[in-house]
Design a protein around this ligand. Sequence first.
Ligand SMILES: [Zn+2]
Length: 324
Amino acid sequence: MSPTPAGLPIPAGVFLALLGTLLWSTVPVRADSPLPENPQVGTTGYIQYWPGELPVVLAAPHGGRLLPKDIPNRPYGKLLRDTGTLELAVEMRAAMLKQFGRAPHLVVCQLARVKLDCNREVREAAQGNSKGQVAWEEYHGFLRNAESAVVSQYGKGIFLDIHGHAHPKARIELGYLLKSRELQQNDQQLNAPDVATRSSIRLLAGRTDLSFAALIRGSTSFGALLEQRGFSCVPSPSSQLEPDDLYFNGGYSTETHGSRDGVGLDAIQMEMPGEYRDTAVKRVEFSRAVSDALGSYFTVHFKLPLDRPDADKLAPPPQQAGPR
Ligand SMILES: [Zn+2]
């Protein structure tokens, strides 16, 4: 393990990755938000955590670009990067900070997926490489720290795991750990008690007055709130899964850090189509939309407004000008 160079807030390798990200994503209209300053960095230097204040945790496990020679390429498994997802997660953090005055927690892996897959159990993730295993522990340790901070501060919150897919239908696949064939069922079948308890939003399902089908694909579902802001989703009121549709329902992190086991945070895996993540302009547009949608989602379902508490009330009333 190499120590963090003295005086640098991030290791040199990560700094180079940041530089590469900025150069790569430059567009005429608006560049991505830069990586926030002063992350917590694990001993390997590849995992970064920016603690936040909102009851929201973001993670980008598959957006890294670093290819250190001392970690061999993984011989098997999914090896391709989810392009644009690390930048998207950073942009989502910036949008929430701007809208709510407070930031979500954010954990990212800067290693390329061919070196480490943080959304798999450790055996497949690191495939025996000791440095990869340490980075994997750091990644999930930071997520546990973020989860603990949210639970101790608010008692509830959400974890959004950000990914990218290349399926034919260009829509966001929202993963709640329910299989496609379950989501193809009618509302009555979806509302059977055992379905919600197998989902990654088990705790939220127990808190809301809505049926589980309404929570997943009704007019105030996360998919509906994103579609109202111009971004197609499945499941949602307008888009359901067909038998032949490809669909990601949530992976290791959604299983591990979601509320299926009855504790912790609710979790949704967000699989983004290319057109919502491949340009900086689209990432900014989407980030504003998801921030706004999340504000509504928290107000309606968590009964927990994300706006800075009493921000408006704290502002002094405008002084009345004298007669003119
Ligand atoms: Zn992924």
